[in-house]
Design a protein around this ligand. Structure first.
Ligand SMILES: [Fe+2]
Ligand SMILES: [Fe+2]
Length: 371
């Protein structure tokens, strides 16, 4: 191939478009000096490279828009667009391309500047052809390594993203399954006690809202919601006449009701994927001051989810009608619970509950409707 650019033209000629995109090691030489273009072009072609030469920056950028080059050899000092400008723009067009600067001795600082804009190396004029050959091989090898490394990194990133997405999907499917199983259990249980109807779902929603208000992370919020659905599942093991008893419970009956935590745990314990949800359910009748059950845990020894559920549970129980009493107004309920903040209830949890229920109009209870 002849050096079609040993002319003063700033544009590559039509014949250059014939250069194929297939495997050839294609190089671009940008230099305003014709003798250099001719000499370097001839030498590199003799080494098996496919070479395009242009005499100015704009022509180089135009060539880069049309074709891919493995390497660009670019003069630092040229009339019009400087070598540094060409490098800066060329690196944007094709970030894979290796770039080497051709520089006179007194241009060395400019060549160094070009390095920070994407050039890989620079060669000092007059150029020894053997040095040029080695530098070109080095640059092409480095380019191959960089591309390979980037491909490996991209593959790893894609693999990790894919795995994460799969895991998220599995997690979501498991959560949906757990909630639907929980809801069928809860429906069976709540069917025995008209006063409990809807209690578990309300505790789940209120518990999740409190957790969100406290700034807990999304996973914890969802785990508290699941625990809310499940917290009273053990009540299916409690005798109906006690659940619906209009008067006060005897000590024996109260002890029997307390058993719902143990029974509930026996039901859900095999569901190992529930993780912290199990603790939250276990702790929903623990009191912050240690006076609760089943373990009499105190303060932060009670799981945070357990403390949140305890507050949501107490709020919902007081706001709902029970066999043994009517419902309380929201203001009265909050007054009673405020008194328990720092005692039976975690004060921080109560504060969040108060903020949530005070601004939510959704928390209306059937008993609020005038009858
Ligand atoms: Fe309970
Ligand atoms: Fe409950």
């Amino acid at each position: 191939m002849s050096d079609t650019h040993a002319t003063s033209s700033t544009r590559p000629t039509r014949s250059l478009r014939a250069i194929s995109d297939s495997g050839a090691k294609r190089l671009l030489i940008v230099d305003d000096e014709e003798t250099i273009r001719l000499a370097l072009g001839k030498f590199l072609r003799s080494r098996g490279y496919e070479v395009l030469t242009v005499d100015c920056g704009p022509a180089a950028l135009e060539a880069l828009e049309r074709q891919r080059f493995m390497l660009m050899l670019c003069d630092v000092r040229m009339p019009g667009m400087s070598g540094v400008e060409v490098v800066t723009q060329a690196a944007k067009v094709d970030s894979d391309m290796a770039i080497m600067m051709l520089t006179a001795v007194n241009d060395a600082p400019t060549a160094t500047e070009a390095l920070s804009h994407g050039a890989m190396d620079y060669l000092m004029k007059p150029i020894e052809l053997e040095d040029l050959n080695q530098a070109v091989e080095r640059a092409l090898h480095k380019r191959d390594l960089t591309i390979e490394q980037r491909n490996v990194e991209r593959m790893i990133r894609e693999e990790v993203a894919l795995r994460t997405e799969e895991l998220e999907k599995e997690k979501a499917a498991l959560r949906t399954l757990t909630i639907s199983i929980a809801d069928s259990l809860i429906n069976a249980m709540e069917a025995k006690d008209i006063y409990l109807r809807g209690h578990s779902i309300r505790v789940a929603d209120l518990g999740a809202a409190i957790a969100e208000e406290m700034g807990l992370d999304a996973d914890t919020v969802e785990q508290i919601r699941v625990a809310g659905h499940l917290h009273d599942v053990g009540k299916m093991g409690i005798r109906e006449e006690i659940l619906n008893k209009p008067g006060a419970l005897t000590a024996e009956e109260f002890a029997h009701v307390k058993e719902h935590v143990r029974i509930g745990m026996a039901i859900i314990e095999p569901l190992l994927h529930l993780g912290p949800v199990l603790d939250y359910v276990h702790d929903h009748h623990e009191n912050f001051d240690g006076s609760g059950y089943p373990r009499g845990l105190e303060g932060v020894a009670i799981s945070l989810g357990g403390r949140v559920l305890a507050a949501a549970d107490a709020f919902d129980a007081m706001r709902s009608k029970r066999a043994y009493r009517g419902s309380m107004t929201q203001a009265d309920t909050l007054a009673v619970l405020r008194h328990e903040a720092g005692r039976k209830l975690d004060a921080r949890v109560f504060d969040a509950l108060e903020r949530v229920v005070s601004r939510s109009r959704a928390l209306s209870y059937l008993d609020d409707t005038p009858q």
